[in-house]
Design a protein around this ligand. Structure first.
Ligand code: BTN
Length: 261
């Protein structure tokens, strides 16, 4: 694979591991972190055999179609850093896609990017622990880039799309990878001082706000209206009895009342 040329000041991607095939780029970053990999390490793969999504789901990762990338970040961690970084990453990925493709996806709270009402990208942030203490984050991003509809398994075809499908032409994977690393590097330099900027842009691009939603936990499913994103990137909802609640990432899975959105 040709070397990817990044701006010399980039901390994210200075150490770069590009693989043809791996179980999961998040898992590989964790293995590298256990061997004292440098801050900002990026791992990409053309294919994942065990790509991971949130809530224990798998992430379908066929060869050459998608951009599968994970980065090791060791920010000064406030307690909710993982949720914050996931939301910040959604904004950064939208920037990268816009800069290369000229289209700006929307954000389905908290970690899915949506284009024309279908899922384009997922983000999985995992906390790294050493001796029980947080020592960093793995930020994993999977973008559907050049999938044809038949590259998705049948059960995903109604809800998933790719950049090439929506744009009507193939997208240069290397250009997008470079733009994504540059956007992640900017995010890392901005974190946490530029929170207001990322929060405002997250709110502006979040399509969940204003919609009826279903809050799903193992114990129950509740109907609600999504009102806003609060200062901690939690989803502020109103329940049918008028009470309001802030839902954090990991507390509930959120679906549209009539389907995925
Ligand atoms: C989701 O949609 O629930 C999150 C999907 C995250 C997928 C990416 S692909 C690169 C990285 N490696 C993984 O195993 N998962 C993330």
């Amino acid at each position: 694979m040709a070397a990817l040329v990044l701006p010399p000041e980039c901390r994210v991607g200075r150490a770069l591991l590009r693989l043809d095939c791996v179980d999961s780029t998040n898992a590989e970053v964790k293995r590298q972190a256990a061997q004292n990999a440098p801050d900002g390490l990026v791992v990409t793969a053309r294919r994942q055999t065990a790509g991971r999504g949130r809530a224990g789901r798998s992430f379908h990762s066929p060869e050459g179609c998608g951009l599968y990338l994970s980065a090791l970040l060791r920010p000064q961690l406030p307690p909710d850093a993982a949720a914050h970084i996931t939301a910040w990453t959604a904004v950064a990925v939208c920037d990268a896609i816009f800069s290369v493709c000229g289209v700006r996806p929307q954000i389905k709270w908290i970690n899915d990017l949506i284009l024309n009402e279908k899922k384009l990208c997922g983000i999985l942030t995992e906390l790294l622990l050493r001796d029980g203490r947080p020592e960093g984050l793995v930020v994993g991003i999977g973008i559907n880039v050049n999938h044809r509809p038949e590259d998705f398994p049948p059960e995903l075809r109604a809800t998933a799309t790719s950049l090439s499908t929506e744009l009507g032409h193939a997208v240069d994977m290397e250009e997008l990878t470079r733009a994504l690393i540059v956007a992640l590097d900017r995010l890392y330099a901005d974190f946490p001082a530029q929170k207001d900027d990322y929060l405002n842009r997250y709110r502006a691009q979040c399509l969940t706000v204003g919609r009826p939603v279903r809050l799903i936990t193992p114990a129950q499913t509740r109907e609600a209206i999504a009102l806003d994103i609060d200062e901690d990137f939690r989803l502020l909802v109103e329940l049918p009895d008028g009470t309001r609640e802030a839902v954090g990432a990991g507390e509930a899975s959120v679906r549209g009342r009539n389907g995925y959105l």
